[in-house]
Design a protein around this ligand. Sequence first.
Ligand code: IMP
Ligand code: MG
Length: 183
Amino acid sequence: MHDMNEDIQRVLINETELDRITFRIAEEIDRDYAESEHLLLLCILKGSVVFMSELMRKLKKPVEIDFMRVSSYGAGTVSGKNINIILDIYRQDLDQCDVLIIEDIIDSGRTLSYLVDYLKLKGCKSVRTCTLLDKPERRVVDLQADYVGVEIPDEFVVGYGLDFAERYRTLPYIGILKPEMYK
Ligand code: IMP
Ligand code: MG
């Protein structure tokens, strides 16, 4: 059996740290949305699925959850320019929803920036953004998330939901992938 851990150059964020980060963000959300009557956590598939599930279980506030899936077509470790909605959100009551987009990572910023505009156009009551990881050095679009787990250097990372070619999502930590795995 192939050991995925052997493809990792270095663990960047371990399980204890991830737990601390999600706990801190959950507290911030509970505090900031205390008056909200209808908070909707919108998980962006597939990379955010682990972060979302950890985060939602740490919230005290009752929330609803929903999912969208987008793809930005690019080659290998480079995210693309064109964003496509593969799974849309279908609800009639978005005008009553405070939507919090849950993302795994912000790289160029294109995906999240596109989603914010899209959801505002759909008439959501409010739209804010939450990302586990942020690579500020790589930003192409001017975008600052409302909630950020941790800023990371410009390295390609996998695990905790994040993939390379659909692999490594199940690793319980965030690790830097050995460059020879994608070169
Ligand atoms: P952006 O639109 O360039 O901000 O790209 C965001 C998307 O690119 C994320 O949702 C990920 O799917 C992917 N991505 C960017 N950097 C990484 C990385 O280091 N590891 C895994 N996926 C990444
Ligand atoms: Mg991805």
